[in-house]
Design a protein around this ligand. Structure first.
Ligand code: BV8
Ligand code: ZN
Length: 249
């Protein structure tokens, strides 16, 4: 067991989670860190190499699609080398316990929750595995297969873009509506591995709190959400989540 696991905090969190009928989870890049994927703001984080404005906005793609595709092809290539970790798997077990009364809202575009076996996954920021045509809007799943430096649509030859949500772009309406509904109707919201800085995703935490749900956060360190949660589990999600699920009995 992880030397620094705080048993009291885990017991407290388990007391909040155990009686919950409906559970929602919000995850960020931190849950995939132990799979070997860099986080955004962590040391050596993705954005450090590139200014956000340069690689993840519609304007950047207009200006220099080759740069944007180099950034995304790099991240797609890393997908081929990573596997879900114990944190992802613990959430699969939690979903198996709750069935339809469980929803997993993720900011991650790596597809590792689905690869772990999670079913009700709401990808509010899209997926690195899919591409979308800027001409005919056709969306296709390319998995982790390498793409050309400037890939084109097989149907209409227009340029393809990653099927992710860039900054200053609205989130996919239907998926966002389902995410808001899931946190509005949950008894307990788990917030895992997110700095809780990017909106509207981080706003889901307040939606759940205002509806009276219990909030449990798992993070290596305090985040912008920590002051608003009922239980804070400080440690790696690959350790804390299995420990929490184990305590549900
Ligand atoms: C929009 C996909 C309407 C692409 C992403 C309100 C206030 C302020 C700003 C705004 C606001 N509303 C809108 C904005 C602007 C903007 C925004 O939020 N800016 C931020 C920077 C302030 N939001 C938008 O633009 C959104 N769209 O608002 O549309 C609109 C339309 C027109 C004009 C204006 C507005 C779109 C946002 C989505 C952008 N796309 N991703 C891609 O991936 O390339 S966001 C991307 O960054 C991720 O998806 C994620 O959401 C975010 C990164 O955050 P995290 O995942 O939390 O990762 P981070 O590295 O920050 O933190 C990791 C955490 O894990 C840390 O806390 C660390 O301690 C912890 N950790 C590390 N290891 C572990 C761990 N925890 C546990 N275990 C470990 N082992
Ligand atoms: Zn097309």
């Amino acid at each position: 067991m992880h030397p620094t696991v705080d048993n009291d905090a885990l017991d407290h969190a388990a007391r909040l989670l155990r009686p919950a009928h409906r559970v929602a989870v919000l995850t960020g890049a931190g849950i995939s860190a132990e799979s070997g994927l860099a986080t955004f703001r962590g040391a050596g984080g993705l954005w450090e190499g590139h200014r956000v404005e340069d690689v993840a906005t519609p304007a950047a793609f207009q200006r220099d699609p080759a740069l944007v595709w180099r950034f995304y092809n790099l991240r797609r290539a890393s997908l081929a080398t990573v596997k879900p970790n114990a944190g992802h798997l613990a959430l699969v077990e939690l979903e198996q316990r709750l069935g339809a009364n469980f929803a997993l809202v993720t900011q991650n575009v790596d597809g590792l929750h689905q690869a772990a076996g999670s079913r009700n996954v709401l990808e509010i920021h899209g997926s690195l595995r899919r591409v979308r045509c800027v001409g005919c809007a056709r969306i296709s799943d390319r998995g982790a297969k390498p793409l050309a430096d400037l890939p084109n649509c097989e149907k209409c030859t227009a340029m393809l873009r990653p099927d992710v949500v860039w900054f200053e772009e609205p989130l996919p309406e239907d998926i966002w509506r389902q995410a808001v509904e899931a946190v509005q109707t949950c008894d307990c919201l788990l917030v895992v591995g997110t700095s809780a800085i990017v909106y509207p995703a981080a706003g889901l935490i307040d939606v759940a709190r205002l509806e009276g749900a219990d909030l449990i956060e798992v993070n290596l360190q305090k985040s912008a959400a920590s002051a608003r949660v009922d239980a804070l589990l400080l440690g790696p999600s690959g350790t804390m989540l299995p420990e929490l699920i184990k305590r549900l009995g």
